[in-house]
Design a protein around this ligand. Structure first.
Ligand SMILES: [Zn+2]
Length: 238
């Protein structure tokens, strides 16, 4: 098999990957990722505060309901002592009333605590929101810089992609499929020259290649799949 075209394809493709790699490792990309991360953090805090506020509102309403019921109960006692002569009965009613009053004051304390927490949440929400606005501005600037970098790289990437893709028609589709699946598996280079100096090991993954694979690699143009990393080993033309 002649590997000339696929090797040329691979060479250009590796140059494209190298350019992509430069973009991926750029400070612009890192800044963008960091800015994105900050926004995600603020958003998470905002959502948590919203959830907590909603839960507090539910519990506030239920406590308020309890207070209203107790107050209504209290109203029923109004004037009840007027007609009562019996000391024990008076005592009984007073105990009842004071128990209700205690309950109400405990619940009102709860409301006060809840209301303080709501204030805290509001405060935190406002601060986080302001931070989020700042983060968004930073993100927009980082995005613009990253986009500019990508734009700067685009002409050379496009040129290489065109040169690479122009070779496609001259490469057997099956060979291209094998290449692409190795590429997606990040096994580059996918086609590896096997020159005999590798003493029975795959030059890329270093694993020993079994004899039945080696037996396929005798003459220039021969090729075989490495049983371990699945790369295509081939004997270069002289
Ligand atoms: Zn291998």
């Amino acid at each position: 098999m002649n590997f000339e075209k696929i090797l040329e394809y691979q060479r250009i493709d590796q140059e494209i990957l190298a350019l992509e790699n430069e973009v991926n490792k750029s400070k612009e990309r890192a800044n963008l990722a960091a800015a994105k991360n900050n926004i995600a953090k603020s958003t998470e805090i905002i959502n948590r505060l919203k959830d907590e506020a909603a839960a507090l509102l539910v519990s506030y309403n239920s406590v308020q309901d309890k207070i209203d019921k107790l107050k209504a109960e209290l109203d029923e006692y109004e004037g009840v002592l007027d007609g009562v002569q019996d000391v024990a009965e008076t005592d009984y009613h007073i105990k009842k009333v004071s128990a209700i009053v205690d309950n109400i004051s405990a619940l009102e304390k709860e409301v006060a605590l809840g209301s303080k927490r709501i204030d805290d949440i509001n405060d935190k929400y406002k601060k986080t929101w302001e931070q989020g606005v700042k983060d968004t501005a930073v993100f927009k600037a980082a995005k613009a810089e990253y986009d500019k970098l990508v734009e700067d790289y685009r002409p050379q990437v496009v040129e290489k992609v065109n040169a690479r893709d122009a070779l496609k028609d001259d490469i057997p589709p099956k060979m291209l499929d094998v290449y692409n699946s190795l590429r997606s598996a990040k096994k580059m280079p996918a086609f590896v020259p096997y020159d005999g100096k590798s003493s029975g090991c795959c030059p890329r993954c270093g694993m020993e290649v079994a004899n039945d694979t080696l037996s396929k690699l005798k003459n220039p143009g021969d090729y075989a799949e490495c049983p371990n990393c699945r790369r295509i080993l081939y004997i270069p033309e002289k």
